[in-house]
Design a protein around this ligand. Structure first.
Ligand SMILES: Nc1nc2c(c(=O)[nH]1)N[C@H]1C(S)=C(S)[C@@H](COP(=O)(O)OP(=O)(O)OC[C@H]3O[C@@H](n4cnc5c(=O)[nH]c(N)nc54)[C@H](O)[C@@H]3O)O[C@H]1N2
Ligand SMILES: Nc1nc2c(c(=O)[nH]1)N[C@H]1C(S)=C(S)[C@@H](COP(=O)(O)OP(=O)(O)OC[C@H]3O[C@@H](n4cnc5c(=O)[nH]c(N)nc54)[C@H](O)[C@@H]3O)O[C@H]1N2
Ligand code: SF4
Ligand SMILES: [Mo]
Length: 896
């Protein structure tokens, strides 16, 4: 067997090490046991990476749109000449601020570095922002305000050592699964460890919580102001630390006292039970080792930066920072959210943690780059950037590794803006995305497994992503495309990189450049990584920064000396007067829209959408709401609903999971035009941003939910893609050897057999056609069998309760249908009950809901361990354990 290539998972900021073997049968992916972040474990998304390495849909060649609007394949040279020339003309005519870049936390550090250098040093604008604006920018701004530098002061080991882990606005179980497993296992080892989850929703994460505080959305600042007051009132203050190493305490406390000076006042503002909140405050007060980990429920808010600082204030007051097992912990979302920050990926930053608004820092960077210019004012932040495109102030944009037509707020406006932009360049790995549809120039990038460089995870650990596959078609590294533009503009010296290690070396040198107490002291320093040869770089083991010149010396815990990176080296308490979300109420839209992630999908599904294993957990876009709200909106579990805001609307399947509080609605972010007719939630989100960070309020838009009436519901499974034209509503997922379409219609169909042939594209009238129709009941089903193998099937009914897709999926795995299968198709259910395994719960081992319920009810599996022993479910990545527990609990309530 070939030697494994050690690389890093391209999904979440946990940054797990992955060991890959390329064999004749394909790519085998395992956890890398030597990687300190995951010690060999992978969640289902990591484990299913092999299934996403398929040629389907890849963008392979550069293309330019012609006058008639068609994309024409061109040579790289032609594409790059075109881009370099067109950008140059716009810059010469309208100035450097008329062009912009919109990049991504999914770029490698090397790509990101070159992008920033090109734009900030050689175009001379800071109009380069990143999707991290939508993700981490409130944390960055909060860190800068409190610490003077964007530093995450906690490691995963700290997390395991903490006696209290507070998870705020984080569905860790689904979004950072391996980190969550580390917390769960630490808690098993050390039962004194407590976990508190602060989230308006009950989630898979609350499963491990000793206490869940379902606060009213957007009220976190009240909660942490209340905590600050409480700690002060109870004398839980590290006076020596506060006096010596911080400033601004009195003002922050006064604001906290005035706004949430008692537990009662805080509980009222947050809509929480007073005794539960008091319990949390007491727990926090008496526990020395506390980590407050936070994610998008904190950052993605019009008060996001204040939320972050209200958390940090409590850690400063108690001196619980800079010591093992303590600190505020921003969980980064994307694989390289942190690396992007190191090279200054945001429009208001410079490379190597230097400040754009500091003249001395600008000079340092310009000197180091020997560049003709340096951006001297912050560029446009993501939402403003697309507004400027809409207003034609920005005339060209280069979008790289992000899908803004799906992921920005008010996403229909983004469509409009791109539609009228003079020049849209898109670098992507996929040919058809909602954003590539607007490209004038398409540039094919290397994907995970092909590209080569570094990423930095949530705990500041730099790891290598290594290539193990050849470049397909003419795909090239993103850094290369950018450097080629620099060369075409006459900067061959500055952009003459031959390989990524040269870029990394330059980046490392810049982190050390001027990094002295007198000049520009920064914690980020990679001095110990300077001068690596290609071979050293290739062998680079995961390493946390800072990396001192002498790498054998252990690095002290960050902030353990009480020194921060503000001018006086003291940390800042920031007063945080609480405020409600900008659009807190709207009588026409009485509910609140919260958006976020599901377990098995990644963002706009360009990669997870390719994996049958990942697709089966949640197969459709959905809207989840409280059963009573569902009743008053006139929608029903399993039916369809229109979800509408002042900005846009979508149609999704209704769920009443019981996880949401009253007046709150949850819609996942993943679906888009490639996977559904009408389910892009970005179009609904209000484009309000935090005034400091510019991060959008993705978790809070006033919304209305109403029935979406249809005459019939149906689904089809087919080995070939189906066109889905003239169908009111549809969504699709990838199955093992078929595609599955769910749909619904408003048209009255007079002749179902004819319509079914049209939907399934059946032309061969001599085909073997199993068909059943009950006209009075509006039921219709048909299967098309070719050479005894099922080719496609379709089921229709006036109600959404259609036969089991799991059972039918199983039929597609068979080379020939048996007689019982054919009868099953005719009667619309499997004759063998065991054939209907139900919707997938455990994606690792493909274990369905019905199989699990059967094991609970009839085989005495009444805990997750027993289920694991019998069915293997939950024994690999463990992400489904909360769902297994819920099934066990639900079964216990059933009448015997
Ligand atoms: N499976 C999966 N994992 C992922 C990703 C993915 O696409 N899929 N994406 C990655 C990325 S880029 C990111 S940024 C992370 C995001 O990781 P998370 O932040 O954990 O995920 P989200 O689902 O966006 O939102 C987190 C929680 O915030 C809660 N929330 C909403 N409003 C409030 C509020 O006002 N206060 C509080 N306290 N909580 C609130 C929501 O109910 C939700 O449960 O996940 C990463 N991991
Ligand atoms: N409503 C709502 N919207 C949100 C959020 C939310 O919680 N709610 N969360 C926000 C957050 S935190 C994030 S991080 C964003 C994520 O949103 P996006 O960044 O828009 O989502 P992705 O699907 O990850 O887009 C990545 C794109 O880059 C391509 N790609 C992958 N690898 C490469 C590569 O190496 N090079 C190039 N050139 N292309 C590549 C992929 O095919 C894909 O098209 O969404 C944000 N939007
Ligand atoms: S936890 Fe995150 S980094 Fe680790 S395998 Fe899962 S998706 Fe990949
Ligand atoms: Mo993110």
């Amino acid at each position: 067997m070939s030697k494994a290539v050690e690389t890093t998972c391209p999904y979440c900021g946990t940054g797990c090490g992955v060991a890959v073997r390329v064999t004749a049968d394909g790519v085998a992916v395992e956890g890398d046991a030597r990687h300190p972040s995951n010690g060999g474990r992978l969640c289902i998304k990591g484990a299913a990476l092999g299934e996403t390495l398929v040629p389907e849909g890849r963008l392979l060649y550069p293309a330019i749109r012609d006058a008639a609007g068609a994309l024409r394949r061109v040579r790289w040279d032609a594409a790059l000449d075109h881009v370099a020339g067109a950008l140059r003309r716009i810059i010469d005519t309208h100035g450097p601020d008329a062009v912009a870049w919109y990049v991504s936390g999914q770029l490698l550090t090397e790509d990101y570095y070159v992008a920033n250098k090109l734009v900030k040093g050689y175009v001379g604008t800071a109009n380069i922002d990143t999707n991290s604006r939508l993700c981490m920018s409130s944390a960055v701004a909060g860190h800068k305000r409190a610490f003077g530098e964007d530093i995450v002061p906690v490691s995963y080991e700290d997390l395991e050592q903490a006696d209290l882990v507070v998870l705020v606005g984080s569905n860790t179980a689904w979004c950072h699964p391996i980190l969550y497993q580390r917390i769960v296992r630490a808690k098993e080892r050390r039962p004194q460890m407590k976990v508190v989850v602060i989230d308006p929703r009950r989630t898979a994460t609350t499963d491990a919580a000793d206490l869940h505080l379902p606060l009213r959305a957007g009220t976190d600042v009240w909660l942490f102001n209340g905590l600050l007051s409480f700690l002060h009132q109870h004398g839980v203050v590290d006076t020596a630390f506060v006096d010596a190493h911080t400033c601004g305490f009195d003002r922050a406390l006064a604001v906290a006292d005035n706004t949430a000076g008692s537990v009662r006042a805080a509980a009222k503002a947050c809509g929480l039970d007073e005794s539960a909140l008091a319990e949390f405050y007491r727990l926090f007060a008496r526990t020395e080792k506390v980590i407050t980990a936070f994610s998008m429920g904190v950052n993605q808010s019009s008060a996001g930066t204040d939320k972050v600082n209200s958390i940090i204030n409590c850690h400063l007051l108690t001196g619980r920072i800079g010591k093992p097992g303590t600190g505020p912990f921003s969980l980064t979302g994307q694989p390289n959210a942190m690396g992007g920050r190191e090279v200054g990926g945001l429009a208001n930053m410079l490379a190597a943690h230097l400040d754009l608004e500091n003249a001395q820092h600008r000079e340092l960077v310009q000197t180091f780059w020997r560049s003709p210019s340096i951006a001297h004012k912050p560029g446009l932040k993501a939402v403003d950037l697309f507004d400027a495109i809409d207003a034609s102030r920005v005339k060209a944009v280069w979008i790289m590794a992000t899908n803004p037509v799906v992921s920005l707020p008010d996403a229909d406006k983004v469509k409009r803006a791109l539609g009228k932009c003079e020049l849209v360049i898109v670098s992507d790995v996929m040919e058809n995305t909602d954003t590539t549809a607007y490209a004038h120039v398409l540039l094919p990038a290397l994907a995970w497994g092909e590209k080569d460089g570094t990423v930095t995870n949530s705990e500041r650990r730099i790891s290598r992503q290594r290539a193990f596959l050849p470049a397909p078609g003419e795909a090239r590294p993103d850094w290369w495309a950018l450097a080629e533009i620099g060369k075409r503009w006459g900067y061959a010296d500055a952009f003459g990189y031959a390989a990524p290690h040269e870029i990394f070396d330059e980046h490392a040198r810049l982190t050390a450049f001027g990094n002295t107490e007198a000049l520009a002291p920064r914690y980020l320093n990679l001095a110990g990584l300077i001068g690596m040869s290609a071979a050293d770089y290739d062998a680079l083991a995961p390493v946390r920064w800072p990396v001192p010149p002498d790498r054998s010396r252990p690095t002290a815990h960050v902030f353990s000396d009480g020194r921060f990176y503000t001018p006086d080296r003291k940390a800042r308490f920031v007063p945080t007067p609480p405020r409600l979300p900008v659009h807190a109420r709207d009588d026409d839209y009485p509910l609140v829209l919260n958006t976020g992630r599901v377990r098995d999908h990644w963002h706009t599904m360009t990669r997870t959408g390719l994996s049958p294993r990942l697709a089966s957990h949640i197969a459709e876009p959905y809207v989840d709401l409280h059963p009573q709200d569902a009743l008053s909106c006139g929608v029903r579990e399993g039916g369809l609903a229109r979800v509408a805001t002042r900005w846009g609307s979508l149609v999704a399947r209704v769920r009443t999971s019981g996880e949401l509080p009253r007046r709150s609605v949850f819609v996942p972010i993943h679906w888009n035009a490639q996977y559904a007719s009408d389910a892009r939630v970005g179009a609904l989100v209000n484009p309000v941003v935090d005034p400091v960070s510019g991060e959008p309020e993705f978790k809070h838009t006033p919304v209305r939910v109403e029935e979406f009436p249809v005459l019939w519901h149906g689904f089809a499974l087919s080995r070939r893609p189906l066109p889905m034209t003239q169908i009111t509503w549809w969504t699709r997922i990838t199955g093992r050897c078929f595609l599955r379409y769910e749909f619904a219609g408003r048209q009255r169909i007079a002749d179902w057999p004819e319509a079914a042939c049209r939907v399934l594209g059946v032309r061969d009238t001599g085909a073997d056609w199993i068909e059943y129709e009950d006209r009075s009941a509006g039921q219709y089903r048909a299967a098309w069998v070719v050479d005894e193998r099922i080719e496609a099937c379709v089921f229709v009914s006036p109600r959404p309760d259609l036969p089991s897709r799991a059972w039918l999926s199983g039929l597609f795995a068979k080379d020939r249908l048996e007689e019982l299968d054919r009868i099953g198709l005719l009667v619309g259910e499997p004759l063998d009950r065991g054939a209907d395994t139900g919707p997938t719960v455990c994606s690792c081992f493909g274990v369905g809901r019905n199989t699990i319920l059967d094991a609970i009810r009839t085989q005495g599996c009444t805990n997750t361990e027993a289920l694991g022993r019998r069915l293997r479910c939950g024994t690999n990545c463990g992400s489904c354990i909360p769902e297994l527990k819920a099934l066990i609990a639900a079964s216990a309530l059933e009448p015997a």
